[in-house]
Design a protein around this ligand. Structure first.
Ligand code: NDP
Length: 290
């Protein structure tokens, strides 16, 4: 192999496929394995090596990147080749919960493998680009030793030794992503019900989201300091505002469950005595499950 860097990629969904292409572009010797073997055909044509078995895939490279739907898939695949795990560095870029990441790290250690968790922050089109970023956690020495390989995929943002940390940071981002994208879809549906297209809404939707960094920068230190004084906004005002949205949505004949969920949070805050506080006081409501 003449010193050529080698990596194995297990899992050839859209993400794993993009990763294989990025490694091939950088002249890595890339071994691939996928449950549905035919998904490797196009990559083999580009120079990847297809492993016929999981054992073979693990034996081919020290660094084994996993890109699967969830951790059940990981155990289903690696569970059939535990004898080949010793000495491997598993880089698990499969999303799941922090606890499942910690359990998987223990499981891997029990079979003699080192383990890094990753949380990829971009879609497949962002793979192979240094402007993209991935959270990593696990043993610092293992991360440092393989950083160059990991940075073929995206920039690497190391979060700490706890293997759950990368998954936790990832889920924190996803918590925002899904709620905010659903709120955008709700707004588009409200526009659509009134004969306004998503395209017409685009500049206004973009403007609203563009205000968010300033908004977060103002409230973040106050939240960290536990300061919820209603100096610039009051929860009672938010209640009236969201009530207007619920009625506008209802009058437009669309689903109201999303703004009603927001209203329900606000009303719990009001009941807890936060009516004159900032909306950030709702964090106290969220921290105490109903
Ligand atoms: P997919 O769900 O398309 O990945 C599927 C891969 O998992 C395939 O290789 C599939 O094999 C394999 N798989 C699923 N179940 C099993 C099983 N029981 N046994 C064996 N193999 C199994 O996901 P993506 O490629 O889109 O993403 C991979 C990971 O990256 C996910 O964890 C995702 O959350 C994360 N991610 C994805 C992003 C995206 O935009 N796609 C963005 C950021 C993170 P087969 O081909 O045989 O079905």
């Amino acid at each position: 192999m003449g010193g050529q860097a080698a990596v194995t990629v297990v899992g050839l969904g859209p993400m794993g496929t993009a990763m294989v292409k990025a490694f091939l572009d950088r002249d890595y010797r890339v071994t691939v394995w996928n449950r549905t073997a035919s998904k490797a055909d196009g990559l083999v044509a580009k120079g990847a090596v297809r492993a016929d078995t999981v054992d073979e895939a693990l034996a081919a490279s020290e660094v084994v990147v996993l890109s699967l739907t969830d951790y059940d898939a990981l155990y289903a695949i690696l569970g059939q080749a535990t004898g080949a795990l010793s000495g491997r560095v598993l880089v698990n870029l499969t999303s799941d919960t922090p606890q499942r990441a910690r359990d998987a790290a223990k499981w891997a250690a029990g079979h003699g493998a080192q383990y890094l968790t990753g949380g990829v922050r971009v879609p497949p089109s962002g793979i192979g680009q240094s402007a993209s970023s991935t959270f990593y956690s696990g043993p610092q020495g293992v991360f440092d030793a393989h950083r160059e390989t990991l940075e073929v995929l995206t920039s690497a943002d190391y979060r700490g030794e706890d293997p759950g940390l990368a998954a936790l940071y990832y889920q924190i981002q996803m918590d925002m992503f899904w709620t905010s994208t659903l709120s955008w879809l709700h707004a588009v549906a409200l526009a659509d019900a009134n004969g306004i297209t998503a395209q017409e809404i685009l500049p206004y939707a973009s403007d609203t989201l563009a205000t968010m960094p300033d908004f977060l920068a103002y409230y973040t230190p106050r939240i960290d300091a536990g300061d919820h004084r209603g100096e610039v906004d009051r929860l009672a005002m938010a209640e009236a505002s969201v009530d207007h949205i619920v009625h506008t949505a209802s009058d437009s004949g669309i689903d109201t469950s999303l703004p009603r969920a927001v209203l329900e949070h606000i009303r719990r805050g009001m009941t807890a005595g936060h009516g004159a506080d900032s909306f950030t006081s709702l964090i106290e409501v969220i921290k105490k499950p109903a």
